[in-house]
Ligand binder design. Structure first.
Ligand code: PGA
Ligand code: ZN
Length: 433
C-alpha cells in the first residue's frame, strides 16, 4: 500500500531564538515525504504539554533536543512503520498511548507533534492535495467555504519577549477592513512601518524583539504604545477601529507573583480587580478588539468577571488559560471565561487534539486565533494551513523576520490559489460560520 509509512526520521535544527528545535521527515512507500519543524514558546503557560529538553549543560546550555530526536527515531518510528499515513487520528492515538502521560512527559510533546504534523504533510503530498484541504478531509470537518483569517501583527512587544520594554507582552495591529488577505497584510505592514518612522522621530529605538515587533526601552508606561500605534495607523492613512483594530496580549502569568500583577515600568502592583478596572478603562478609550491573557492562567474567577465586564465590547482571549487543551477550553466555555482562544499546535502536541480544540471552540461560538510562538519559531508554515482548514478568524504572527513573514507569504499564496472561492473573516469575525 502506497500510503504506508516507510520511515520516520528526526534531526535537531535551530529555531528562531537560536535554541535547538527539531525537524521530522516522514516518508511513505510511494516516495511521498512530509516535513514539520516544531516551534516552542518563550513565555509558555504552565499547563502546556511537556517540551523534552536534554538537560545536558555541555550542549546548548541544556536546551539540546537530542533526546526527543532519539525518541522519534528509536521509539516512535518502529511503532508507526507500516501504518497508513491516512490514519491521522489512529497515529496520534498510538503516540499518546505510547507516551502514557497526561502532558506527554515521556516522549516529549515536541517529539510527538513533530511526527503528527509531518504525517499529515506526507499524506497530503501523497494525495496531491493542499494541506488545508487534506486536514478538512482527514478530520471530516464538513466545512465548505474558505473564510481566510485576519492578520494579527505584533507591533510593540515587551515582557519576556524583549529587554527593558513594556511589562505587557504584546500590542498588536489587527487589520479587519480590507476584504482580502493581501490588502489586510499590506495595511498591517504599512502601519508597522509607519510606527517605525514614528518611533525614530520620537527618539525611541526601532530595534525588534522575539516576534519582529519593536521593543523600545524608553517608553514611559504600559499605555503609551497604544497611543503610538493609533498615531501610526492615522499616519499610514487608515481608520482605527474601522479598518484596523488594536489587540493586546498582556501575558499576565508572567508578571504575576505573590497575589499581584507587578508593573515594574510604573512601580505598581495591581490586584486582579484593579487589572479588570484598568482594562475597562482602556476598552472605553481605545478601539481594542481583542484582549489576551489579561489575568493569570489559574485566575478563573476573575476571568469570568472580566468577561462579564467588557466581553461584549472586546473579545476576551485565552492563551495560557486554555493552552489548546480541549479540557481546559471546555472549562473556559462552561464558566464563560472568555470568547476566543489562541491555538498553538505545540501547546497540546498532536494535530488531532488541536483539531478537537478548534472544533470545540467553533461549536460553542468561540473565535480561534492560530498563533506563532515567541521564542522558538521555525520556518514551517503548517499553522497557516491549519488556520485555513478550520476557517479561523485570526492568525497571529509577527510582521517581520523570516520565520514570521513566511507565514503571511503562505497565506497570500493560498488566497491566490483559492481565487474567487476565498473570502476573509473581516469585520464580521465574531460570526462563526
Ligand atoms: P510565547 O508567547 O510563544 O513566547 O509563549 C506568545 C504568546 O503568549 O502569545
Ligand atoms: Zn499569549
Amino acid at each position: 500500500m502506497k500510503s504506508r509509512i516507510k520511515s520516520v526520521k528526526a534531526r535537531e535544527i535551530l529555531s528562531s531564538g537560536s535554541d535547538p528545535s527539531l525537524e521530522v521527515k516522514v516518508s511513505l512507500e510511494s516516495g511521498a515525504n512530509g516535513f514539520f519543524s516544531v516551534p516552542y514558546g518563550a513565555s509558555a503557560g504552565s499547563h502546556e504539554a511537556f517540551v523534552l529538553l536534554d538537560g545536558d549543560k555541555n550542549r546548548f546550555f541544556g536546551k539540546g533536543m537530542l533526546k526527543a530526536v532519539e525518541n522519534i527515531n528509536k521509539k516512535i518510528a518502529p511503532k508507526l512503520k507500516g501504518m497508513s499515513a491516512f490514519n491521522q487520528k489512529e497515529i496520534d492515538k498510538k503516540m499518546i498511548e505510547l507516551d502514557g502521560t497526561e502532558n506527554k512527559r515521556n516522549l516529549g510533546a515536541n517529539a510527538i507533534l513533530g511526527v503528527s504534523v509531518a504525517v499529515a504533510c506526507a499524506a497530503a503530498q501523497e494525495k496531491k492535495m493542499q494541506l488545508y484541504d487534506y486536514i478538512r478531509g482527514a478530520f471530516n470537518l464538513k466545512i465548505k467555504k474558505y473564510v481566510l483569517p485576519n492578520p494579527m501583527m505584533v507591533a510593540i512587544e515587551g515582557g519576556k519577549h524583549a529587554d527593558k520594554s513594556t511589562d505587557f507582552q504584546e500590542y498588536l495591529v489587527s487589520p479587519i477592513g480590507k476584504g482580502t488577505v493581501k490588502e489586510n497584510v499590506r495595511c498591517g505592514i504599512e502601519v508597522y512601518l509607519s510606527l517605525k518612522k514614528l518611533l525614530k522621530e520620537k527618539g525611541l529605538s526601532a530595534n525588534v524583539g522575539n516576534e519582529g515587533a519593536f521593543a523600545p526601552s524608553g517608553l514611559a508606561n504600559n499605555e503609551l504604545p497604544i497611543a503610538l500605534i493609533l498615531e501610526a495607523i492615522e499616519k499610514a492613512g487608515y481608520k482605527a477601529g474601522q479598518e484596523v483594530g488594536i489587540s493586546l496580549d498582556i501575558a499576565a502569568s508572567e508578571i504575576f507573583s505573590d497575589g499581584k500583577y507587578r508593573l515594574k515600568k510604573e512601580g505598581k502592583a495591581l490586584s486582579s480587580l484593579e487589572m479588570i478596572g484598568l482594562f475597562e478603562e482602556w476598552a472605553e478609550k481605545y478601539p481594542i478588539i481583542m484582549l489576551e491573557d489579561a489575568l493569570h492562567e489559574d485566575d478563573w474567577e476573575n476571568w469570568q468577571k472580566l468577561n462579564a465586564a467588557i466581553g461584549k465590547k472586546v473579545a476576551i482571549v485565552a492563551d495560557d488559560l486554555t493552552t489548546t487543551n480541549p479540557k481546559r477550553l471546555a472549562k473556559a466555555i462552561e464558566t464563560k471565561s472568555g470568547s476566543a482562544t489562541i491555538i498553538k499546535l505545540n501547546q497540546i502536541g498532536t494535530l488531532s487534539e488541536t483539531l478537537e480544540t478548534c472544533l470545540l471552540a467553533r461549536k460553542n461560538g468561540w473565535i480561534t486565533i492560530i498563533s506563532h510562538r515567541g521564542g522558538g519559531e521555525t520556518n514551517d508554515t503548517a499553522m497557516v494551513d491549519l488556520a485555513v482548514a478550520v476557517n479561523s478568524a485570526f492568525i497571529k504572527v509577527g510582521p517581520s523576520r523570516g520565520e514570521r513573514v513566511c507565514k503571511y507569504n503562505r497565506l497570500m499564496e493560498i488566497e491566490e490559489t483559492l481565487g474567487k472561492k476565498a473570502e476573509t473573516a473581516g469585520k464580521e469575525f465574531r460570526k462563526i460560520n
